[in-house]
Design a binder for this molecule. Structure first.
Ligand code: SF4
Ligand code: SF4
Length: 421
């Protein structure tokens, strides 16, 4: 049972978060149910609570109870619900943290209703009552703590990078190749994920293209965003913005991670009211530009293995990078096969929205990835490329569960492997 203070906080959060845009979405929904079959989670589970319009309906029910005269007077007729309704809160938690944020429902909705945006209200209400997702909370807090104590990690990090440099030098036959860190006035600050898999292939490409670059001390991923806590998300993003300002770089290149790119390029300005004072580029965009400008060249691969590409929702539908990956893949292989549907209509792999980090969602996530697994089977792919870490982790899980017998690669890895030296 929630105490009255918590209830009041939840009502205030509801009031503050339901702005004109969200009210418009709540009002205009025609209950046509077109979004139902656009959502992979409903399509696989057939559970009505995963229908995008129903997810929004939970917020509408709360809103009616406190901010609509009819809802207040006749709650049963208008299905208005109190913020401490336990069944509603449990459904709200499940549908908000299950949503991968793929926005396929928005693409198909005749009014372009953004369920993800409506669910940001759900997460805010849950957080105000201390009912946010625990794992995402811990991961965001850990990232913030690391940012505050970055000096402790620097020596270990630099040592690890130095140990990797011989591999880059050997790969591109350049004895001066390096992984610079903390380099003032570099043209590019590259923000990777934790792990050398996200640093090494990019370092090979930057060195081969002779880019004046430096590596960020911070990781690109932002669990505060998945948690739905814009203050934490802003604090995590701020570390990168401040580092870029301190180093006076011209461009920040965000690794192959869809949400990380969107956080810095789109949401940061919305949260702070200020655009970052540098250009923000997705790594896929940078690599395809280097290839088009002749800064790097790739070899045509002689392997007969079929290569396919999964459009990550945050890189494709939500950021518009469709041609860049296809340009690079087609430069390397003649055996590219498209998944159907693809581009704006691409099915979500099922792993976005932070789901790959939430153990309680594992079974649901792998089950609801079945559509993607079937698409991959249909093209008989041997290699699946995707330009998002979440997608790659999920497709690896799908590989195991659905016995796809594939190799999952990032674009930087595929390009680095096939680089002309
Ligand atoms: S498709 Fe759009 S208008 Fe139709 S039910 Fe879904 S959210 Fe409402
Ligand atoms: S954003 Fe994706 S997962 Fe979320 S409700 Fe819409 S279709 Fe479903």
């Amino acid at each position: 049972m929630l105490d009255s203070e918590k209830k009041e906080l939840m009502i205030q959060t509801l009031k503050n978060k339901v702005d004109k845009q969200i009210l418009y979405y709540l009002d205009i929904c025609a209950r046509c149910a077109i979004c139902r079959d656009a959502c992979h989670q409903y399509k696989i589970t057939k559970d009505p609570k995963y229908i995008p319009a129903y997810r929004a309906e939970l917020i509408r029910r709360l809103y009616k109870k406190y901010f609509s005269v009819l809802g207040r007077m006749f709650p049963n007729i208008y299905e208005a619900k109190e913020v401490d309704d336990e069944f509603l809160l449990s459904e709200l938690y499940q549908v908000a943290y299950a949503c991968t944020g793929c926005r396929r429902c928005m693409y198909y909705c005749p009014f372009s209703i953004d369920t993800l945006q409506i669910l940001s209200v759900a997460k805010a209400i849950l957080l105000s009552a201390g009912m946010g997702n625990q794992i995402l909370q811990e991961l965001s807090d850990a990232a913030i703590a690391k940012g505050e104590n970055i000096g402790i990690f620097k020596d270990i990090f630099v040592k690890m990078l130095k140990e990797s440099e011989p591999e880059i030098r050997e790969k591109i036959k350049d004895k001066n190749a390096e992984i610079p860190i903390d380099k003032k006035n570099a043209d590019v600050l590259y923000v990777a994920l934790s792990g050398m898999h996200s640093i090494l292939p990019a370092a090979i490409i930057f060195n081969k293209a002779k880019i004046n670059w430096t590596l960020s001390m911070f990781e690109a991923e932002n669990y505060g965003y998945f948690l739905g806590d814009s203050e934490k998300a802003k604090t995590i993003a701020d570390r990168i913005v401040k580092e870029a300002e301190r180093l006076n770089v011209k461009e920040v290149v965000i690794t192959e991670c869809g949400h990380a790119y969107r956080v810095i390029n789109f949401f940061y300005e919305a949260w702070t009211g200020q655009a970052p004072p540098f250009k923000v580029t997705a790594l896929i965009d940078a690599i395809s530009r280097y290839a088009k400008e002749g800064l790097i060249e790739v070899n045509k691969n002689s392997s007969s293995e079929i290569v396919t590409y999964h459009d990550p929702c945050q890189v494709g539908r939500n950021a518009g990078f469709f041609d860049e990956p296809r340009y690079l893949i087609n430069s390397i292989t003649d055996n590219f096969r498209e998944l159907t549907p693809n581009r704006t209509k691409s099915w979500c792999c099922g792993g976005g929205g932070g789901l790959v980090a939430i153990p309680e969602m594992d079974e649901f996530r792998i089950k609801t990835g079945e559509i993607k697994a079937n698409q991959i089977k249909e093209v008989q792919a041997g290699i699946v490329i995707s330009t998002c870490e979440n997608c790659r982790l999920q497709i690896n899980s799908l590989n195991e569960r659905y016995e796809l017998n594939i190799k999952v690669k990032s674009m930087m890895e595929f390009v680095a492997e096939n680089l002309k030296v």
